[in-house]
Design a protein. Sequence first.
Length: 69
Amino acid sequence: MSGPPGWQLALPPAPGEVVIRKREDDGFAGTGLDALLRAARAAEWSPGDEIVIAPSAADVVFRPPGAPC
């Protein structure tokens, strides 16, 4: 996996786990996540089945009101 300097996963993905890098504010836009879930037939999963979608920290700068840009 690649990313900017200093970026890395805390734990490497386990065998069989899928990591999707998103580049938009939408988790589905341009990621292939929709096709992956459809291929896995996610709509047919039972209540005991699991899927975990974990968001990561965003590169966002928060400025207090009145602060210069």
